[in-house]
Design a protein around this ligand. Structure first.
Ligand code: CNA
Length: 320
């Protein structure tokens, strides 16, 4: 990104223009959550173990009704609570704190914008999120705690009708939340600065939002690659590279660098403390396992079939 481009953006922000964010999975990769489409690291190139007929089937509602297991396997890996927000997420929070945020449209289901402190009224989770769960048959809501408990034991079934319970993530074949359409009706003509970040802009209708904003709007692409029609308008700014590096650069130019570092460090500390207590529990389990010398033992289950337990593998898995 050329500094001259950055100046244009910074001046517009300083003049009081508000920012609307359009986020995708790339803003959360540095938190440890894989995106869909990055070669090698993206979820789609790592789905072989789930034996799917095609990669997108994992998020297809008809496929889910037939075989929900692949989704729950993936959901366990993506479940919120395991990943801390990134610098980019905290940059959005800073825009909010300084009354320079118009709205955040996000395709992400990881709730990291919320976790960073962005208020519900400022977020439009276009593809839903893990924040709530419903039975796909009778639509009864299940609390996140019950859902998590049941997921640990297997597939969560509705307590009333036994139907599958799914987080309110929008699957292929399902409609987007009403909030997406009503907010966009309000915002569409009023976007002054659009920051489009970490998205391949391939999932519609979200992908068309940046091309629907007014021609006078400053559009900024913070992404590893050029996507959509970004770069086709004279005021477009292409900031090709990592989202966190972009956040650092913007914060520095606006004089918010220390505040960004503080928010980020506090967020990381909360997460590290949680991880440490989990690690302590793991150490306790390892200690107990060592007391009974079961290294290569054979166990019998209720059906009297012999089952091999590979303790070293178990311990490896417990390291999370
Ligand atoms: P995508 O299609 O996987 O594209 C990601 C884009 O981000 C690509 O253009 C990458 O080059 C780019 N990118 C990856 N890492 C970085 C980085 N560190 N800095 C800058 N750019 C980067 O993902 P989209 O969001 O466009 O696709 C929409 C899907 C993805 C939505 O339906 C989401 O629900 C879904 N998804 C969400 C998450 C999440 O919530 N974190 C994770 C995986 C998939």
């Amino acid at each position: 990104m050329k500094d001259i481009d950055l100046d244009k953006l910074v001046k517009a922000i300083e003049k009081g223009k508000k920012v609307t964010f359009f986020n995708g999975a790339g803003i959360s990769t540095s938190a440890g959550i894989p995106d869909f489409r990055s070669p090698d690291t993206g979820l789609y190139s790592n789905l072989a173990k789930l034996n799917l007929p095609y990669a997108e089937a994992v998020f297809d509602i008809d496929y889910f009704k037939e075989d929900p297991k692949p989704f729950y396997t993936l959901a366990t890996e993506l479940m919120p609570g395991q990943f801390p927000p990134t610098k980019f997420h905290y940059l959005i929070k800073l825009f909010q704190d300084k009354n320079k945020l118009n709205r955040v449209y996000t395709q992400n289901i990881d709730t990291l914008e919320r976790l960073a402190g962005v208020e519900d009224e400022n977020i439009v989770e276009a593809h839903g999120s893990f924040a709530s769960n419903h039975c796909i048959e009778c639509k009864e809501e299940m609390s996140s705690n019950t859902f998590k408990d049941l997921m640990e034991k297997g597939i969560p079934n509705c307590e009333s009708c036994k139907g599958y319970v799914k987080p309110d993530i929008v699957f292929f074949g399902e409609g987007l939340p009403k909030k997406f359409f009503s907010s966009w009706d309000d915002d569409c003509d009023n976007v002054e600065i659009a920051i489009i970040a970490g998205t391949s802009l391939t999932v519609y209708p979200f992908a068309s939002l940046p091309s629907e904003v007014d021609k006078k709007c400053i559009r900024v692409l913070a992404n590893k690659e050029k996507v959509g029609d970004l770069g086709s308008r004279k005021d477009d700014i292409l900031a090709l590279g990592g989202c966190d590096e972009f956040a650092e650069k913007i914060a520095r130019s606006l004089g918010w660098e220390k505040e960004l570092d503080k928010l980020y460090d506090e967020g990381q500390n909360k997460y590290t403390t949680k991880k440490e207590s989990e690690q302590e529990k793991i150490e306790d389990i390892k200690f107990e396992l060592k007391k009974v010398d079961i290294k290569e033992s054979k166990f019998k289950n209720e059906d009297k079939d012999e089952v091999d337990i590979d303790v070293s593998n178990l311990i490896e898995k417990l390291k999370i």
